[in-house]
Each structure stands twice: as C-alpha cells, then as structure tokens.
Design a protein around this ligand. Sequence first.
Ligand SMILES: Nc1ncnc2c1ncn2[C@@H]1O[C@H](COP(=O)(O)OP(=O)(O)OP(=O)(O)O)[C@@H](O)[C@H]1O
Ligand SMILES: [Mg+2]
Length: 263
Amino acid sequence: MSNTPTLTVNPHGSPAVMDSAAPLLELESVTAFYGDLQALFGITLHVKPGEIVTLIGSNGAGKTTLLRVVSGMKNPAAGVLRFSGADVRRVPAHEMVKRGISHVPEGRQVFPFLTVRENLSLGAYIPRARAALKRSLEEQLALFPRLYERMNQLAGTLSGGQRKLLDLVRALMAEPRILLLDEPMAGVSPALRVELLRHILELRDRDRITLLIVEHDLDFVMAASDRVVVMNNGRVIADGTPGQVRSDERVLDAYLGARRAAA
Ligand SMILES: Nc1ncnc2c1ncn2[C@@H]1O[C@H](COP(=O)(O)OP(=O)(O)OP(=O)(O)O)[C@@H](O)[C@H]1O
Ligand SMILES: [Mg+2]
C-alpha cells in the first residue's frame, strides 16, 4: 500500500457519466456454477457508459467468474445479461468481442515468441478492427511509448509490467466499448502502476471506454473507481463510491477486517 503514494482517491468521478444514462451493461439475478459448485448467487449489477467500476472481494468471491460471464466465456445458469440493451446471455465470447466487449484475463497472456507488433496485430482479428489496424497501431503507438520502443522485440523479453501494458493495448486493438480487466496491477512495479492508472483514466475520459475492473490493490481501486462493487461468497455485499464503500461496516468486516485489525 505505502509504495504507491501518488495514487489518491478519485474525488470527482467520471465527467462522462450521466446519472440518467441507460446502463451499457446489466446483470439481474445472475447465477453461475462450476459443476455442482455455485460460484455466483443472484448478482445484480449495472454499469453505465463512461464509468469505471471496480470489483473487489476476498479470494474465491466470484470476481473472475463474473467477468467470464460478462465476456461470454462462461454461461450463466440463470438471470438476465444485457449489453447495450440486447440480451446476450447465450452469445459466445468471440461474438461478444465483435459487439464491443474485450476481456483481459488474469495473468500474462502474451505470445512470448512473437514480437510486440505481432502480438498487437493478433488483437485486431475481428473484421472491423482489422480494417482499422494500421490506424489503430499508429494511434496506440503514440500513446504507449514504452511499447513503441519495443515494437520489434519478442514479447517474452518484456518485464511483467510491460507485458501488462501489451495485454491492455492488445485488447484495445479490438476497439471495445467496454473493457474488462482482471487484476491489471498484479506484478506491476510502483512506477508502472502510476502510468497504468493514467492510461486507464485516459481510456475513460478521452476514448469514452467503459471499464469493469477486478483488482486487489486498494490504492488503485480508490484512485481509479467511479464506483466500487464489493463481492463476498458469490454475492454483491456493497456498491457505492470509493468513499462510501471504504466506510461501510459490512465491507470492513468482510473484506478489510484483517487489514483493519492490523492497523
Ligand atoms: N475452473 C473452475 N472450476 C471449478 N471451480 C472454480 C473454477 N474457477 C473458479 N472456481 C471456484 O469458483 C469460486 C469463485 O472463483 P473466482 O475465481 O471467480 O473467484 P475470484 O473472486 O476471482 O478469486 P481471486 O481473488 O482468488 O482471483 C471459487 O470457489 C473457486 O474455487
Ligand atoms: Mg480472480
């Protein structure tokens, strides 16, 4: 926590979010199972266009499962899943990408024996993005100088943080409307964390991309989020601004208890 002092609570939230806007993403009473094991118990969650919503919660809370349901990698057992007003409950993952949902899963996903440029080209595999590949690559290059310097380098030679940047930019090559990031700060150095946070805020403010992010790093969560959703045992137990969630007794008990006891 103390090694990222430049991340501060987001005081204003997104300038792009309108309270009256229809949700871009809607989940109502969504359940999901792995065999007999129920991972999600009636999740209701709305994300508005232009919002950064972060999901926090202890290990096994169901955060990754929720992202997988949203991106079509996992079918919900019951409930409503709508994207941009359309029912997408049975839409497969590759079709979700075409509709504007890009998902960066946990861990490092780069192809180590391909160059940075080749990795980025693979991110633009859908027809709409393929047509715009040259423009997108050039636009992205201008915005991510750390990758530009390494375009012809094998991705396997990048540092952990640089691979995270590559994961992010590759997902952007599909020109998403909503970007799902699973633990983007894991394994990232303090210096690159600040840079990654800046990029994420720019995606919202400049590119009008909506973000749904799972993250354990509370400094990042407090600095980046318009809204924080807290999960525990497959359920949403709190949903509010960073300030509201931080002072919510249920959150403190369920999630921050150990941290609070240690303070
Ligand atoms: N592929 C799988 N097969 C069986 N059970 C799974 C699978 N993936 C997750 N689970 C179980 O589903 C529940 C929710 O897991 P999930 O990975 O969604 O949690 P999480 O909140 O992302 O946790 P973490 O913070 O550790 O990443 C857990 O009980 C987990 O053990
Ligand atoms: Mg997870």
